[in-house]
Every structure is written in C-alpha cells, then in structure tokens.
Design a protein around this ligand. Structure first.
Ligand code: GLV
Length: 370
C-alpha cells in the first residue's frame, strides 16, 4: 500500500485529482482561482508536503526548495513551459519537476494558426461592424479588406514540438515556410513536409508548388508575411541562445511592413514596448498575442492603445485552453492527467525509481549516475 503522500496543489485541475484521492493521497487544493501568494506555497511546503502541483503562475525557486528540504520530493507542473521553475535551484536541491509536454501541442499550434488568421482576415473588426450595426452595404473593398493566408509565406521561429505542429497546419493552407531554430533543426521533419507538399502539387491538390526550408533568423523575418513564435523563454545565463526579447526594435524592423506577428510562446520573448511602437508606427502589419511580459496584461499596457486595436489581437494565455487538452484525466490526452501521472511516477518510484527514465521529468540531468 502507498504511504499516505501529502500533496498541495496551487490550483484545481478537476477529475484527474480523483486518481490521487483513490490512491489514498492526502490532497489539499488551493480553493481560489487566482494564484496563491508565494508565502502560502512556502508555508505549505514547510509543513512537509511530499508533492507540489503548480501552474506557470507560481514562482518556484530556492526559497521554496529550502522550505521543503528533506521532505519535498516532486513538483508537478501543469504546463509545458516551466520558466517559472528555477531549474538550477531544483537541481541543487535534487527535486525532480515534471511538465505536460505533447498533450497540448496540437491545441496550441491550432490556436496560434487561428489567432493569426483572425488577425489577417480582420475578423474582430468585421464582427464589430455587424454587432454595432455599421454593416450598411456589401461593397468590393469598403469599409476594409483583410489579407489571405493561403499561399503566403510564414516564418516558423522555433521548431520544437509546437513549431512542428504549426508547420503541419500551415502546410494544409498551402503556405511556404521559412524555419528558424536557435538550437535545434529537424531536417527529417522538414523533408517529409516538402515531400507532402510535392505530392499535393503533383496530384493537383495544391495549384502552386510550395516549399519549406531552414534559414537564418534575419532571412526568415525579412521574407515572411507571417511570423509565428514557438521558442521557450530562455534568459541570458540560462542558455547560449537566449530568447528574451528576441523580438525587439531591431528585429521587428526587419519584418515587412505588411507582416503579422503571432506569439503563443512566452511573453518576454517579445519586447512589448517595442512591439507597441512597431504597431503605432506601422513597421509591421499587426500582431496577435496570447502571452505577455506580465500576466494578466496590465491595465496600462501600451498594447491596449485603442489606436492599434484593429491590428492587435490580445488573447488571455488561452492557446491550450480547450476541454480535452486541459482537463482529460488520461495522461495521453490531457494536461491534468499527465500532471498527475508525473507526480505519481516520482512518488511511487515507477520506472524502478530511476528519475532519468520517467518521461515527464524535465531536470533529468540532476539525477544521472555519478
Ligand atoms: C502554457 O503556456 C504552457 O506552457 O503549457
């Protein structure tokens, strides 16, 4: 029988938690929808919990690990991104942390695509016309037109799981693709997509021949009609290829004045002040954002400027916010299920207790054989 593990969860994740209760775990769930204060997380950890369930809103660093010294065995994060968890601190305290990669890949890529589509085709402004009874006539070009997506060129910045899924969606829309990744290039995948594109053309499914290739960052920005960002947030010191403010005044100016930028990765990858300026001064055509430097987006953010509202879509960190993706208790379908499984793997010593073999553990490097 399991030892009675104690868990503190900083948020509810629905039905998936019943798996823990059925196994006799003592589970306390923070009851508010907002994030708990860090001081409360520390207090709970200090009280001796074995596992902590966290979201991307919770700062997990040395203070937390110190409070859980000798008792905290795992941090299970319900998100693929984990820039809120200080990896070096987790490693120092030898606490494995897990994430929920893969199960949100398609949902996030789909949202990234749809968000750019909504921006380019002016759907937000168009619906306002209808709702505000400003739709007075059908006219070939009044009151405004949008831009097609089909057949255009998109820059895929970051070709990890979500970037590759985005490529799949874009291929279906007969887009050409310029790919860039600061750390890793998946040529097998890109070649397979090119074969698919060629087949679609030879079999008459696509009228034009389309193409995909890896190029340097600047080339991707200069030559694309759309730019979609899929890199993790890496601050200087965390990687030899940091992504903090990868999009800034200099790089935004490389984009075509008609191009659209989409960001579903992490807010700080884009310098928001520079982006607001780029939109006001029309260096680029528009932006669709799901993530921000500070979340929720502050009331005084320059991105809220009404003069750029027609070309700036602002989503509330929503890309994975779909029913199955977020809540399915099956670890192969839902983030909730995968989060719970990651926690169980560590606490119940699955995989023979070898943390390096546990599929959802991120910081495996801290547990290698010495
Ligand atoms: C959401 O942003 C995630 O990282 O899962």
């Amino acid at each position: 029988m399991n030892k009675k593990f104690r868990i503190f969860a900083t948020c509810d994740i629905g039905e998936a938690f019943s798996r823990l209760r059925e196994r006799g775990y003592d589970l306390e769930v923070y009851p508010q929808p907002q994030a708990p204060p860090k001081s409360l997380i520390i207090e709970k950890v200090r009280s001796g919990v074995d596992g902590l369930v966290t979201t991307l809103r919770d700062p997990i660093d040395a203070e937390v690990f110190e409070a859980g010294k000798d008792t905290l065995k795992v941090v299970a994060q319900i998100a693929v991104g984990f820039d809120n968890i200080n990896r070096a601190d987790a490693n120092r305290y030898k606490v494995p942390f897990t994430h929920t990669a893969d199960v949100l890949t398609e949902a996030t890529a789909e949202f990234a695509f749809l968000m750019l589509g909504m921006l380019a085709r002016q759907m937000w402004s168009a619906e306002h016309l209808t709702r505000e009874s400003q739709w007075g006539f059908w006219h070939p070009y009044l009151p405004f037109l949008g831009d097609e997506i089909t057949g255009k060129t998109i820059a895929i910045i970051g070709t990890g799981r979500i970037g590759l899924a985005m490529i799949k969606k874009c291929a279906g829309f007969d887009m050409n693709m310029l790919c860039y990744d600061p750390a890793y290039e998946n040529h097998d995948y890109i070649n397979a997509i090119q074969e698919l594109m060629d087949l679609r053309h030879t079999r008459g499914i696509s009228k034009e021949k389309t193409w995909i290739k890896y190029v340097p960052f600047e080339t991707a920005l200069r030559n694309s009609d759309f730019v979609s960002v899929h890199v993790p947030l890496l601050r200087p010191g965390e990687s030899s290829t940091p992504t903090l403010h990868l999009f800034n005044e200099t790089t935004l100016k490389l984009m075509k004045p008609t191009a659209f930028l989409g960001n579903t990765s992490r807010g700080p990858v884009v310098d928001e002040k520079a982006l607001a300026r780029a939109l006001r001064e029309k260096w680029i055509g528009g932006a669709a954002l799901d993530v921000y430097e500070k979340e929720p987006l502050p009331a005084d953010s320059p991105l809220r400027d009404p003069s750029i509202a027609d070309r700036c879509r602002l989503m509330p960190h929503f890309a994975s916010a779909a029913r199955i993706t977020r809540l399915d208790p099956d670890p192969n379908k839902g983030m909730a299920g995968r989060c719970v499984q990651g926690l169980i793997d560590v606490l119940e010593s699955n995989y023979g207790g070898d943390v390096t073999k546990m599929p959802y553990v991120v910081n495996k490097e801290a547990f290698g054989k010495t």
